[in-house]
Design a protein around this ligand. Structure first.
Ligand SMILES: Cc1cc2nc3c(=O)[nH]c(=O)nc-3n(C[C@H](O)[C@H](O)[C@H](O)COP(=O)(O)OP(=O)(O)OC[C@H]3O[C@@H](n4cnc5c(N)ncnc54)[C@H](O)[C@@H]3O)c2cc1C
Length: 416
């Protein structure tokens, strides 16, 4: 079924009784050409692009829970490509370009909203760093604009300009950045992949890998053994636990990240805003809720819930930046599992086991990466060659020293 204004009208006249399931619920086959472990945004995008770009459709996506139950449905929905380092910027710019055409491509309304993202700066040094980052973005074909305090005030008069602990000196603006409705991305890719013949199997946990003579031939699951020529793992926050089943230890720690949503308010925030002196980012959803977040909970955990000290820390950041937020009531909050790599950058690479491929280490920036991550992981799985914009995302980069330390925080996962 093709979604369009005509299908909505047609279904309207039929009382909505003609809608069909967005994807099938197939029984797993005994074997496939490829298996993707993890039905989050990255796993589903990988399956979709394998089918649409390489014609490989004999694929199963194995998801331990339900589609949209992981981080793809838990994040604060920000997309952007405002990175500094060559290893990253080309990749994230490809992702932003794919977001721009995604809804037509997958025939699904993902509410891609390029409302702009502002990274605030509060000192002369921070302004210089923002200018450098903006220049790097422009050199990679992205858009960037440096705003002074007056221009920022015009855009966001509600920020604390007059009595701030850290004075507002301006912002780096990326107009093409913005937000996307997160769970619609999961549903859209799932439907798109299913339409091309991919089997999406929910409630199917991978419990082990079948490895013989250094070669991975399939997986053991809660629904039985499934064989495949190639297995790609994209399980985000569960990366360490899942890859340990193949005997691999990753340069990744798992931490909790929390998100918060206020009651619905009239439109007040036109852009996404990120604070440069604390860790706080905020946007307003189309339903009116202020959606915001900050630091990870600084301890290792596989729990999808966080603790109160971070709630206080995040709301303090909000109050310092825009005191009016103190009048809004918090509606809900939740936690998700972050796969924090040691330099803050991800991996899309082969493993030392033939036929086993890995995608992870997205830290808390993996939602914006979803399309490019799927695109590049599909390229790797189909061709056995790294995609040109993902060549730096190697698992051995800590051995070779070719780290991509975007934040300059060193090997401290809790600081990225
Ligand atoms: C609170 C919060 C806010 C965030 N905000 C942003 C943001 O604003 N912008 C941004 O770019 N990023 C953000 N992120 C990060 C982003 O959500 C993640 O990096 C990204 O979603 C991870 O990729 P994924 O969608 O594939 O993960 P997931 O949706 O977590 O997918 C992984 C899947 O693997 C499954 N799985 C695990 N183990 C197994 C197994 N053994 N067998 C089968 N399946 C398994 C899980 O059930 C899960 O569904 C945020 C994350 C959180 C939690």
């Amino acid at each position: 079924m093709h979604y369009s204004i005509w299908s909505i009208l047609q279904q309207g006249f039929r009382g909505g009784r003609g809608w069909v399931r967005a994807w099938r619920a197939p029984v797993p086959q005994k074997s496939y050409d490829m298996i993707i472990v993890g039905g989050g945004g990255h796993g589903l995008a990988t399956a979709y692009y394998l089918a649409s770009q390489y014609g490989i459709t004999n694929i199963a996506v194995l998801e331990k829970g339900w589609i949209g139950g992981g981080n793809v449905g838990r994040n604060t929905t920000i997309i952007r490509s405002n990175y500094l380092l060559p290893g990253n910027e080309g990749f994230y710019e490809l992702s932003l370009k794919l977001w721009e055409g995604l809804e037509q491509d997958i025939n699904f309304n993902a509410m891609v909203s390029q409302r702009g993202i502002l990274n605030l700066f509060h000192s002369d040094n921070e302004r210089d760093a923002a200018a450098r980052r903006g220049n790097s973005m422009i050199l990679h074909g992205a858009d960037a604009e440096l705003l002074d305090a007056a221009a920022l005030r015009k855009l966001c008069p509600f920020l604390n300009f007059d009595n701030a602990r850290f004075p507002l000196k301006g912002a780096l603006l990326q107009k093409r950045g913005g937000t996307v409705r997160h769970d619609a991305v999961a549903w859209g890719y799932a439907r798109g992949a299913d339409r091309l013949g991919v089997d999406i199997i929910q409630n199917c946990e991978v419990t082990d890998f079948i490895i013989k003579n250094g070669c991975c031939n399939g997986v053991e699951t809660t629904k039985g053994k499934i064989l495949a020529n190639k297995v790609g793992v994209a399980v985000a926050g569960s990366s360490g636990r899942v890859m340990a089943k193949a005997g691999l230890r990753l340069p990744i720690e798992s931490h909790v990240l929390q998100a918060f949503v206020s009651e619905g308010l009239k439109p007040i925030l036109p852009q996404v805003i990120t604070y440069g002196a604390g860790h706080f980012y905020i946007s307003q959803s189309d339903k009116g809720g202020l959606v915001f977040g900050g630091d990870i909970d600084g301890y290792n955990s596989y729990a999808q819930r966080g603790n109160l000290p971070v709630v206080e820390h995040v709301t303090e950041g909000g109050m310092a930046l825009m005191p009016m937020i103190g009048k809004a009531r918090l509606l809900r909050m939740w936690g998700g599992l972050m796969d924090m790599s040691m330099d803050g950058s991800p991996f899309i690479d082969r493993t030392p086991i033939t036929g086993l491929y890995f995608n992870g280490g997205w830290c808390y920036g993996g939602f914006k990466a979803t399309p490019a991550s799927g695109w590049c992981f599909a390229h790797l799985l189909a061709t056995d060659e790294a995609h040109a914009v993902a060549r730096a995302y190697r698992l051995d980069r800590f051995k070779t020293g070719a780290v991509i330390d975007e934040k300059g925080a060193g090997a401290q996962a809790n600081l990225h």
